[in-house]
Write a protein that binds this ligand. Structure first.
Ligand code: 15L
Length: 267
C-alpha cells in the first residue's frame, strides 16, 4: 500500500493519525474542508467538501487506500448529519468506486450501537441500536460499506470507534477508550491484511471493562497495547465531578442516549 488518503485530516483523530502513519505509507494525502493547522512542508493536501462528489473524486484520485474520518463527529441537526455524514459518506464510497481505490477504512462509532445496555457484552453480528442521528449515520456508513464490498469489490473495514484520547476521561471511557496507536494498528489491518473483504471491528484498547467482544479484530492480528484499567482512579475522580445522568448511565452510548430522551413519557 503506497498511496493513502485521510479525510477529516484536520480533526482531532486525523491530526493524531497523520503523525503516527507518516512514514508508514510513502504517500499520505490529507483532505478536509480546511487546511490542517499543523500541515508540514511538502505534506500533500487536497481541500474537499464531502457534499460535492466532484471535489471528493479529486481528493481520492490516484489513491489505493482511504481512511474516512471526515464528516460531523458528534450529534447534530438532521440537516448537518444528512449533508456531512449521509451524503458525504455516499460521495466518499462512490468516488472510491469510480477511482483507483481498493480499500476503505470507515470511521464508524460506538454510537451506532449506543442503546445496548452497559451490562450486555456485544459482538458485531447483532442489530445496530443507534443512540442519535449521528449514530444512525454511522450505521448507514456501515451498510453502505457492506454494499460497496459485496457489489463492487472494495475491501471495507468499519471501525466502531470508542473514545480516542491520551487516557480514559471518565467511567464510561474506561470501557470504550482507545489509545491512538491502537487505532492506527486497526487502520493498518484494514489497509493491509490480505483477507479483508468486509469487516466491523471495535476501535477499543485492551480494557478490562470493555462492553465489546473484539475477537474478529484479534483474529486479524490486532494486539492492543493500551489498558484502560491503568487509569481507573483518575477516570473515577473525573467521573465524580460530573452531573448524574441516570439514563446515560444505563447505556453504552452514555449522554448521546439521554440527550432528547423522552421514551418514558409515551406510556
Ligand atoms: C464519538 O463518536 C465522537 O466522535 C467523540 O467525540 C466522542 O463523543 C465519542 O464518540 C464517545 O462516545 O466518547
Amino acid at each position: 500500500m503506497q498511496n493513502v488518503l485521510i479525510t477529516g485530516a484536520a480533526g482531532d483523530i486525523g491530526t493524531r493519525l497523520r503523525k503516527i502513519l507518516r512514514g508508514v505509507y510513502p504517500h499520505l494525502r490529507a483532505s478536509d474542508i480546511r487546511k490542517p493547522a499543523d500541515l508540514a512542508a511538502g505534506e500533500d493536501f487536497v481541500a474537499a467538501d464531502l457534499t460535492d462528489l466532484a471535489q471528493v473524486e479529486k481528493a481520492v484520485a490516484g489513491m489505493e487506500g482511504v481512511i474516512h474520518l471526515g464528516g460531523h463527529s458528534v450529534e447534530g441537526s438532521w440537516e448537518t448529519i444528512l449533508n456531512a455524514n449521509i451524503i458525504g459518506c455516499y460521495n466518499l464510497f462512490e468516488a472510491s468506486r469510480r477511482g483507483s481505490v481498493k480499500r476503505v477504512v470507515f470511521a464508524s462509532s460506538n454510537h451506532a450501537i449506543g442503546f445496548y445496555p452497559r451490562s450486555q457484552r456485544i459482538g458485531v453480528d447483532g442489530r445496530v441500536k443507534p443512540d442519535s442521528r449521528y449514530g444512525v449515520s454511522k450505521a448507514f456508513g456501515e451498510a453502505l460499506g457492506s454494499l460497496y464490498a459485496d457489489k463492487h469489490g472494495l475491501r471495507v473495514t468499519c471501525l466502531r470507534i470508542g473514545n480516542v484520547a491520551d487516557t480514559p476521561v471518565d467511567e464510561r471511557r474506561l470501557s470504550i477508550w482507545v489509545k491512538p496507536e491502537d487505532l492506527a494498528q486497526l487502520m493498518r489491518i484494514g489497509l493491509e491484511h490480505p483477507d479483508i473483504h468486509f469487516e466491523i471491528f471495535y476501535g477499543v484498547s485492551d480494557n478490562a471493562a470493555s462492553f465489546w467482544d473484539n475477537s474478529r479484530a484479534a483474529h486479524f492480528g490486532y494486539r492492543p497495547q493500551g489498558r484502560g484499567e491503568d487509569y481507573r482512579q483518575q477516570a473515577l475522580a473525573a467521573q465524580a465531578k460530573l452531573a448524574p445522568d441516570p439514563i446515560g448511565a444505563r447505556y453504552q452510548g452514555g449522554p448521546f442516549c439521554s440527550a432528547e430522551y423522552d421514551a418514558d413519557k409515551r406510556g
